[in-house]
Design a binder for this molecule. Structure first.
Ligand SMILES: [Zn+2]
Length: 292
């Protein structure tokens, strides 16, 4: 297996985690209200940098047997770093052609999740797919928001808004705007994870008694389990985000479900276990081919 792809089985569903890209960020961007004295010792103990993080952009492919589903499209041709995302070439290397994808789920409108929705010609990169997102998310981005709530520079705000509007408009003819608790395809249900963005979608994926909870960017760093009130610079509605995060973490721990994240160390899969008044992350070793 390539280092950027990780196959796993969930009941009868064949799944593939795909690392579209990895981009270096200052770590403080994800821990804006957590004191350095609190997190630096923890990162040091874990042998991690206290300054920067190489953040993977992880997409998920699920073959349910009846449907081929892609969750998020990565950074795409416009890129955020020096190169375009690798999603399409990695899918092809696994024998999956874009025209075979029947459903593309867009968790939210940020460029690292929606950026690969179009090809170089501005046409849907997955020509036969129904693209699915929450109506609340579409409404937010298409209303032309100022993004004044985000403590990031104007250049980044412009780039985020332009990417959302370009990609959402470009797939409009294939777009299905759904509401929370919609079963998108049998075994994959959309759940509201509002806050990080106003209409973010998490997913409950289940097959033959096995569950996978995809949390999108409700949780971006493992320290968000230990300090769940920690806010990132791209959280649009911080207090709503924290409430969503608590709900998802409680659910994941209670149901002992496998959890899929977009930005934890690849493949971003693990479990949430209670620790003191909060939780901690138990990653699935990247060498295991099955997580059942
Ligand atoms: Zn993200």
């Amino acid at each position: 297996m390539r280092p950027e792809t990780f196959r796993f089985q969930l009941g009868s569903f064949s799944c593939l985690a795909i690392m579209d890209d990895a981009v270096r960020y200052p770590i403080g961007m994800f821990l804006t209200n957590l004191a350095r004295e609190k997190y630096e010792p923890l990162l040091r103990q874990r042998g991690q940098s206290t300054q920067e993080i190489d953040l993977p952009y992880i997409c998920l492919f699920i073959n349910t047997g009846r449907e081929r589903v892609l969750v998020d499209t990565g950074i795409g041709v416009d890129g955020m770093g020096p190169a375009p995302g690798k999603l399409l070439s990695l899918l092809r290397a696994e024998g999956i052609e874009p025209h075979e994808i029947g459903t593309v789920i867009l968790s939210h409108g940020h460029p690292d999740h929606i950026g690969g929705s179009l090809n170089e010609d501005g046409k849907p990169a997955f020509p036969n797919a129904r693209y699915v997102t929450f109506r609340e998310e579409w409404d937010f981005w298409m209303s032309g928001p100022s993004l004044a709530e985000l403590p990031v520079n104007d250049g980044l705000k412009k780039m985020i808004l332009a990417s959302a509007q370009k990609n959402f408009s470009g797939v409009q003819a294939q777009l299905d705007l759904v509401h929370p608790d919609t079963e998108i395809v049998p075994g994959i249900t959309a759940i509201a994870a509002f806050g990080h963005s106003p209409g973010q979608m998490a997913l409950e994926i289940s097959s033959t008694e096995q569950r996978l909870l995809f949390v999108a960017d409700a949780i971006v760093h493992p320290l968000h389990l230990e300090y769940p009130e920690t806010i990132g610079a791209t959280d649009h509605r911080p207090s709503q985000m924290v409430a969503t995060r608590l709900t998802l973490l409680e659910k994941a721990a209670r149901e002992k479900s496998l959890v899929s994240t977009s930005h934890f160390a690849f493949p971003g899969l693990g479990r949430v276990v209670p620790k003191r008044e909060a939780w901690e992350w138990q990653p699935i070793p990247a060498t295991r081919a099955s997580v059942s």
